[in-house]
Design a protein around this ligand. Structure first.
Ligand SMILES: Cc1ncc(COP(=O)(O)O)c(C=O)c1O
Length: 468
């Protein structure tokens, strides 16, 4: 009696908590498009002492939602253009909830055959969409930085193995010299990845980039020189400021000729391969050795979701495989997720990715990419029509750089005014030594009306600054 009534209470409470979470989430999502985009203030209610006694789950959720509210940013909404920020497709959010409710450990096949199968399927679907080799290995990780860490660990394994050095067993002390090359315009997280791997944040030779931020293939050729020592080259598909792509065909050919490993950071840009009208930008990418691509940016899967893809499965497995007597090794056709990514116990992050890809389909992914690119071009055109406004980049993808009055102070002030106004949100950068506003259109729900409304808010802020 006691047992059954206490389990009834427990299940009622779990049910109540999930229903309340659904109500609160629905309320948030309903208000998302029209709430001021930036944070309203300090979420002071989230601070405070640890309660002595546990509280009712519904009260906890209500308290959490109320306390978080002022500090929440509408970054998943239709007019958030900061950084490179995707929203969250409803089907992927819902699958994410299921992922939590199922609470599967995707580290070992025996702990969740379903998570293992979903990892295999999303890996295969992603490779197909991105035009990458069918036989490549895929690790599911938290973001593009970790995807680069994972892929570059495979690179480190492979190029040192060719020099008869087992880096997993022996480490880097006394290892053959490794030469690293990145672009002067590589993303900061590539250097973080090198740092985390013990290769050194500042150890890479920086290869010159052109005015759009594309690595110069000729400069790479010269930098690689005649030396045949182990080398890793970090190229890029989609510059975080301009959206420009390195000339991957030439870079891959140069790497092949020099026996260098070619890694491509395609955090958001690699998805261009899935859109017929943009796929040409990624030409040559398939010939690289490894790729990092986010799902939580342009694919609009909730955080944290990214893929590390490596052409040679043995290189990725050699760098990541997890072994211990009590851990089951996977059967020949079974996948242990922990053998392909850095974490052991891990969330089954393939489920939301599966839901996003299945919900969009091949056409939906292509349309999402095309639509956001078209909206970026639309905002650029509307802003370019304003006197005193300059677009600094070729808008080839979803990124736009805008400068106001050819003046750093004015540009910074326009950005600050737009952020305070709340119609939309975007940030700033420095491009070729001058201040610029960054617009990144990466969300699934941005419409032409959102783009126009945002461009008008930006133009209004500029007119106010120019009128002073
Ligand atoms: C080109 C590029 N690489 C890597 C990253 C880092 O991605 P994440 O924050 O998912 O680790 C970004 C983020 O904007 C990016 O634009």
């Amino acid at each position: 009696m006691t047992t059954s009534s206490s389990s009834a209470t427990a299940s009622t409470t779990a049910d109540d908590a999930l229903r309340r979470a659904a109500e609160l989430a629905a309320d948030w999502l309903e208000r998302l498009p029209e709430r001021p985009v930036g944070a309203a203030g300090d979420p002071a209610g989230l601070r405070g002492p640890l309660p002595e006694r546990g509280e009712n789950p519904v009260a906890v959720l209500d308290g959490l939602a109320a306390a978080a509210e002022p500090g929440l940013v509408a970054s998943a909404g239709p007019r958030y253009f900061g950084f490179v920020t995707g929203g969250a497709l409803p089907v992927a959010v819902a699958a994410d909830w299921l992922t939590s409710a199922w609470d599967q450990n995707a580290g070992l096949h025996v702990m969740s055959p379903a998570a293992a199968a979903a990892e295999e399927t999303v890996g295969a679907w992603a490779k197909e969409l991105l035009g990458l080799p069918h036989g490549a290995a895929v690790g599911l990780v938290t973001g593009a930085q970790m995807a680069s860490v994972t892929a570059l660990a495979a690179a480190r394994h492979a190029v040192l193995a060719r020099a008869d050095w087992d880096v997993e067993a022996r480490g880097l002390i006394g290892a053959p010299a490794l030469r690293l090359f990145a672009s002067a315009e590589s993303h900061a997280t590539v250097f973080n990845a090198l740092r985390l791997l013990g290769l050194g944040r500042d150890a890479a030779v920086l290869v010159a980039a052109d005015e759009q931020g594309r690595m110069r293939a000729g400069a790479l050729e010269r930098a690689l020189g005649e030396s045949g020592s182990p080398a890793i080259v970090c190229a890029q598909a989609g510059n975080v400021n301009t959206g420009a792509f390195d000339p991957l065909e030439n870079i891959v050919a140069t790497c092949r000729a020099h026996g260098a490993w070619c890694h491509v950071d395609g955090a958001f840009g690699l998805w261009a391969a899935a859109a017929p009208d943009r796929a040409h930008l990624t030409a040559g990418a398939a010939g690289a050795d490894s790729w990092a691509v986010d799902a939580h940016k342009w694919l609009n899967v909730p955080y944290e979701s990214a893929l590390a893809i490596v052409a040679d499965p043995a290189a990725l497995n050699g760098a990541m495989a997890l072994t211990a007597a009590y851990l089951t090794t996977a059967g020949e056709h079974e996948r242990n997720g922990a053998d392909w990514a850095p974490e052991a116990s891990r969330r089954a992050r393939a489920f939301p990715l599966y839901a996003a890809l299945r919900g969009l389909g091949r056409r939906g992914v292509a349309e999402l990419v095309e639509r956001d690119c078209a909206l970026a071009a639309r905002m650029a055109a509307r802003l370019a029509a304003e006197p005193g406004v300059a677009i600094l980049n070729d808008v080839v993808l979803n990124q736009v750089l805008v400068r106001f009055g050819d003046d750093d102070g004015a540009t910074d002030e326009v950005i600050a005014r737009v952020q305070a106004d709340g119609t939309c949100w975007l940030g700033g950068t420095r491009w070729h030594g001058v201040a610029a506003m960054r617009i990144s259109v990466s969300g699934w729900q941005t419409t032409e009306a959102d783009a126009d409304r945002s461009a008008d808010a930006i133009a209004g802020a500029w007119r106010a600054v120019a009128a002073r």
